[in-house]
Design a protein around this ligand. Structure first.
Ligand code: ZN
Length: 285
């Protein structure tokens, strides 16, 4: 069944890239409303998740409306999807970037779970590809989406994710299996943003990562992480988190099999682009 949030859930903090303060409230929404982002300064221009292709941005997932853009939505979208929220209005006030909080999806996910959901009495909708869809790009980037063959698995997301970094402490790692709420809670939601110390001057010179810190980012120097990991292979888990957030920008939660390697926000956006340009290749189940 479709769910919305039981009560208003509020967050505030700095955007990791802009370092601008924003307040965010997650409000209940009607059946079939979907997830809708709104900004207090542009109330007549909602951003409906699934109706827009994210911008071609590398360091965060950015959604655009006519008069405004909203940055770094991915961790919140992953939390909403994995908590089982189908319908909600996310009202933003102040800045135009979702607060980074601790760099992970855990504060969003736990607050939504604490607030609880309301069963809206209408069947939940999922989106599944009708046949295999694949995307490739130079550098080994790959996304392969496949429908479920077994109706009893409907609603499930199976993921085979590979992250590869040419770095002594990272290398190549895989996460494989069913992505359910329990796995998300324990192994994916707590994973913080990660970055490389040597890239920080470049990012800052482009007004990016302006509020990144050792509190919200797992930072690697040339050899190792300079702060403590929160979970094993936190960086791999964060890649999966970002992927789930970007996959969550389809109009309904994705169900099916995913094989993905070396993905990033600028590549993941092709999934939503494919849905919007080839809706006949997708089925609502
Ligand atoms: Zn992220």
């Amino acid at each position: 069944m479709q769910n919305t949030v039981q009560e208003i859930i509020s967050f505030s903090g700095l955007g990791v890239h802009s370092a601008v303060f924003a307040q965010v409230s997650i409000l209940p929404a009607a059946v079939d409303a979907g997830i809708i982002f709104m900004h207090k300064n542009f109330l007549t221009e909602p951003i409906v998740v699934g109706a827009v292709v994210p911008l071609d941005a590398m360091h965060a997932t950015v959604l655009r409306q006519k008069s405004w853009t909203l940055s770094t939505v991915e961790h919140l979208v992953a939390a909403l999807r994995m908590a089982g929220v189908d319908n909600a209005v996310v009202m933003v006030e102040g800045g135009y970037e979702i607060p980074i909080l601790d760099g992970s999806a855990a504060p969003f996910f736990h607050a939504i779970c604490r607030a609880g959901l309301v069963n809206q009495g209408m069947r939940k909708k999922f989106l599944m590809p009708r046949q295999a869809i694949s995307f490739d790009e130079r550098g080994g980037k790959k996304i392969y989406l496949k429908p479920l063959e077994d109706d009893t698995l409907s609603g499930s997301l199976f993921c085979d994710y590979e992250a590869v970094f040419n770095h002594y402490a990272l290398g190549s790692k895989k996460m494989t299996g069913l992505i359910d709420q329990q796995l998300f809670k324990q192994k994916i939601a707590p994973a913080r943003t990660f970055g490389f110390l040597e890239q920080l001057p470049f990012l800052r010179s482009h007004q990016l990562a302006m509020a990144s810190s050792l509190g919200n980012t797992l930072v690697f120097n040339a050899d190792e992480a300079i702060n403590d990991h929160r979970i094993v292979d936190e960086w791999l888990s964060h890649k999966v988190l970002d992927f789930i957030g970007d996959l969550g920008l389809l109009p309904h939660p994705f169900t099916g099999y995913v094989e993905a390697a070396q993905t990033g926000h600028a590549f993941n956006r092709r999934i939503v682009e494919h849905y919007l340009t080839h809706p006949e290749s997708w089925i609502v189940v």
